[in-house]
Design a protein around this ligand. Structure first.
Ligand SMILES: [Zn+2]
Length: 254
């Protein structure tokens, strides 16, 4: 990084910290990548899935392996994949998760809307979390709705984890072909509409639901943090093309 970039970054951080200082209803919206900095892979990130195929998954599309069709037509494939790739146990929150929790404690945050399914915001003690795609931390029977410990899917030794009632025990995540949980969607829309500062991180803002949700924010201050430019950059007051962690380690809690 040259000197100019450095001073640009410092002046943008000052502007961001001033915005945070002057806001009361901050809403954060994270695409699927906030946790990549804690080593939870993004499902469609080519650095991960496409380059580290296990042989038996080679002839499947990545989206299919996390789809409703796969769970119900080839459940043994679904659970093998889930167990190998989506075991979030033992993964710790990173600086971004912790800073958001501190901002919430300081009374600044009205919602953290996330497409991540790892539960790391809650591990860092955020409470106002809206999980648009559900969470791996909740597990239930699709037939009798009985709740199971999230470890069950990993500790049960059967190829397909069945409930005592005969139903399939599945994670409470929104799979491809399934609709987003309507409560989460409605809460997200309402929070965004009322936000005085909207900070969007790590989404290209080109695919549903991010491209739709951003339209509910019509006024005041928009900040975008993404590794690449997005179509909404022109509307933002501040744009960072940086890792979330680099920005959030400099966020001040005043
Ligand atoms: Zn059951």
């Amino acid at each position: 990084m040259n000197k100019k970039d450095n001073s640009d970054f410092s002046s943008k951080m000052k502007a961001l910290n001033d915005l945070i200082q002057n806001s009361r209803n901050i809403v954060f919206f994270w695409g699927a990548w906030v946790s990549t900095e804690s080593w939870v892979p993004d499902f469609r990130s080519k650095d991960w899935l496409y380059n580290q195929h296990d042989i038996q998954f080679d002839h499947y599309q990545p989206e299919y392996l996390l789809s409703h069709s796969c769970l119900y037509n080839e459940p043994q494939v679904f659970f093998e994949y889930y167990r190998q790739k989506l075991d979030c146990r033992g993964i710790k929150p990173n600086i971004t998760h912790y800073k958001l929790a501190e901002l919430e404690k300081a009374g600044k945050v009205s919602a953290v809307i996330t497409q991540n399914i790892d539960g790391l915001h809650q591990s860092a003690w955020s409470e106002k979390v809206i999980e648009l795609h559900g969470t791996t931390q909740k597990v239930y029977c699709d037939t009798c709705n009985k709740n199971y410990n999230s470890d069950f899917l990993f500790t049960d030794k059967r190829a397909i984890p069945f409930c005592t009632c005969g139903g399939i025990v599945r994670p409470d995540v929104t799979l491809y072909e399934e609709s987003l949980p309507s409560d989460a969607w409605n809460n997200a829309m309402q929070a965004i509409a009322k936000a005085d500062l909207f900070i969007i991180g790590w989404t290209s803002l080109t695919v549903y639901p991010a491209n739709t949700l951003v339209q509910f924010f019509r006024w005041k201050h928009l900040v975008i943090i993404n590794k690449d430019p997005t179509p909404q950059d022109q509307f933002a007051e501040l744009v960072f093309h940086e890792n979330l962690g680099k920005v959030f380690e400099k966020v001040e809690i005043r």
